[in-house]
Design a protein around this ligand. Structure first.
Ligand code: ADP
Length: 237
């Protein structure tokens, strides 16, 4: 399905979450990974998610990334109620409206920079005629044109993460979900990657970043702290 997203006015909320719950049944025990989360994320926000291990950060990111379904609660994304959409509609959102960045970069080692950045367009199911031009543009956006035919193993960590960012933006998603994106980088590259993510916001992107690093979280304009499956604190700066 390739329904265009037309009902999302700029400046409106991108994601609205109401009383979101995710419960795992483990034998006789119920694990409340998310235990009533309410959250509104506006277009153009840079949101950091902090919290101890087991507090529900990954579960929230998986649901926001259409990789998992909540047990109950309501989520709207870009104006559509996505709480109970079909698996194929979820796959469409995952492929077309969300970009992912990981701590370990997750580039395919046998593919060049260009081929890695082309991949999301292959998965998007709609035919993209100008795929190569779009990939080249995304690579230029992260200042990696000079390495376009290199393989990941021929790049530094910071360069790999820039390529991963190019891959995450190539389908022009509404949201970037970043899981510890600077966890494998030295401090100079941490700054560069955060500045790059920051610069995407003015182009209408929204970034949600899980991190354990308070210094990194401090870069975001809004920080939520999770504990026991709940949003314990929500600070804007
Ligand atoms: P975080 O990312 O903050 O470390 P998670 O979202 O991974 O936390 O986990 C939240 C809680 O849910 C934890 O208690 C974890 O053990 C539990 N959990 C996560 N995934 C599963 C699963 N697939 N099955 C059972 N319990 C899970």
């Amino acid at each position: 399905m390739t329904k265009p997203v037309t009902n999302a006015a700029a400046g409106s909320s991108l994601v609205t979450i109401k009383d979101l719950r995710k419960t795992y049944i483990m034998g006789d025990e119920q694990v409340h990974a998310l235990d009533g989360v309410d959250l509104t994320i506006d277009r153009g926000e840079f949101l950091a998610v902090l919290g101890p291990s087991g507090s529900g950060k990954s579960t929230l990111m998986h649901i926001l990334g259409f990789m998992d379904k909540a047990t109950s609660g309501k989520i709207s994304f870009e104006g559509e109620d996505v709480s109970r959409i079909s698996a194929s509609r979820r796959a469409w959102y995952r492929a077309n409206r969300v970009g992912f960045i990981f701590q370990a970069f997750n580039l395919l080692p046998r593919l060049s920079v260009l081929e890695n950045v082309l991949l999301p367009m292959r998965y998007s199911r709609s035919k993209i005629h100008d795929a190569k031009a779009r990939a080249e543009q995304a690579i230029a956006r992260v200042d990696m044109t000079h390495r376009i035919h290199h393989r990941p193993s021929q790049l530094s960590g910071g360069e790999r993460q820039r390529v991963a960012i190019a891959r995450s933006i190539v389908n022009q998603p509404g949201i970037i979900l970043a899981d510890e994106p600077t966890g494998n980088l030295d401090s100079k590259n941490v700054g560069r990657i955060l500045d790059l993510l920051d610069s995407l916001l003015v182009e209408g992107l929204t970034v949600i970043m899980v991190t354990h690093d308070l210094g990194v979280a401090d870069h975001a304009r809004r920080i939520i702290s999770m504990r026991d499956g709940k949003v314990q604190e929500d600070r804007r700066r």
